[in-house]
Ligand binder design. Structure first.
Ligand SMILES: NC(=O)c1ccc[n+]([C@@H]2O[C@H](COP(=O)([O-])OP(=O)(O)OC[C@H]3O[C@@H](n4cnc5c(N)ncnc54)[C@H](O)[C@@H]3O)[C@@H](O)[C@H]2O)c1
Length: 335
């Protein structure tokens, strides 16, 4: 039996990924310390799938943690890949305390790589981020731009992770996909601008305070499109490169924070006043404008199903529903 390890698999993206891997008749080992993820995020999986799924509560930023993850996963069969999605996903908290990004974003990568070397596992799929590019002034960003100068600790620790993955790819890795995510939206929401706005409006239906002047403009992808894209790249036989950095995103130039604020207000509390802050950046380390060139990904035959604005409107419906019911689950149908 083939075994996939999903580090950070109890989080938002991880919980949505599990179904696609389990469909392949593999065993899937989720490793997560649950600082943000929750096991009930993937309770919607049907029973037959649950039987091939194991969960371990492990802190991967510790050297023993990562090797324990590889060691327990081997009990279920041949571990042929690691998906590394564990990180501090809240950029702002890392601005206030860089230690969070150092441990949860960088050290998880460092020790997972070490454990992969020790246990002879040669395929890694890594969730990187647009934050590695820094602030390039709003032009379409392709994978070959440089120098890469991140403006947040989060982006810096993702870039440092990419750097050690690159080094490992000339040594013991046979394949490393570096997926550079845009902003990803959907459920179960663990963080992000939509969740933030919905909760603020529930607390105070009369007003919505927005960080920055609302002109920040970024591209957004629905989590279903993201999972499809990662699986497409992972299964693409045309890729011969050992190290494969690729942007994943929509084809459009994105939407503004003002659009998101207005859309959430319309849905949750139409009478609310929107109060914008100053400056075109939400906080120190927030990139005011970015969108991707996804030529490389389109060249592999993948296309997003929906645009940034459609992804935002769909995610608002999904997040409002989970906040109303209190039930937070990955959505697998059609994934
Ligand atoms: N969601 C986005 O918009 C977005 C954008 C760019 C990149 N990413 C990256 O994608 C990945 C998944 O993000 P997400 O949105 O699902 O975030 P998330 O916070 O929901 O998931 C990350 C998971 O990692 C776990 N984790 C963190 N530190 C850990 C540690 N030391 N040991 C074990 N587990 C640990 C958390 O408990 C959580 O379940 C992250 O690497 C994130 O940086 C996400």
């Amino acid at each position: 039996l083939k075994v996939s390890i999903v580090a950070g698999g109890a989080g938002f993206v991880g919980a949505n990924l599990l179904h696609s891997l389990l469909e392949e008749q593999r065993h899937v080992v989720v490793v997560d310390n649950l600082i943000r993820g929750r096991q009930d995020f993937y309770l919607g999986l049907h029973e037959e799938f649950q039987k091939r799924l194991s969960f371990y509560n492990i802190d991967l930023s510790k050297p023993d943690g990562s090797s324990e993850a590889l060691s327990v996963a081997k009990r279920y069969g041949t571990v042929d890949e690691v998906w590394h999605l564990a990180a501090n996903s809240d950029i702002y908290s890392g601005v206030l305390n860089p230690d969070i990004d150092f441990k949860n974003t960088f050290l998880t990568t460092y020790f997972l790589l070490e454990a992969m070397r020790q246990y002879d596992v040669a395929t890694l799929h890594f969730s990187s981020s647009s934050a590695v590019y820094g602030d390039l002034g709003g032009r379409a960003i392709s994978e070959d731009v440089g120098p890469l100068l991140p403006i947040s600790n989060y982006g810096a620790m993702k870039l440092a992770s990419e750097a050690i993955i690159s080094a490992a790819s000339v040594s013991y890795l046979s394949r490393a996909n570096i997926f550079r995510f845009p902003n990803v939206v959907g459920v179960p929401a663990t963080h992000g601008v939509i969740l933030d706005f919905v909760r603020k409006l529930k607390n105070d239906p009369g007003r919505l305070d927005v960080l920055g002047d609302g002109t920040q403009k970024k591209c957004y992808l629905h989590v279903r499109d993201l999972i499809n894209a990662m699986m497409h790249v992972r299964n693409c036989s045309a890729i011969s490169k050992k190290l494969f950095p690729v942007n994943i995103g929509p084809v459009d130039e994105g939407v503004t924070v003002e659009f998101i604020a207005q859309s959430v207000v319309r849905r949750v509390s139409p009478q609310a006043r929107i109060l914008f802050g100053n400056g075109n950046s939400g906080w120190v380390g927030d990139v005011p404008r970015f969108h991707y060139s996804i030529k490389k990904l389109l060249g592999l035959g993948w296309e997003p199903r929906i645009s940034s604005s459609e992804a935002i409107l769909l995610a608002i419906e999904e997040i409002v529903a989970e906040e109303d019911t209190g039930i937070k689950r990955a959505i697998y149908s059609g994934a």
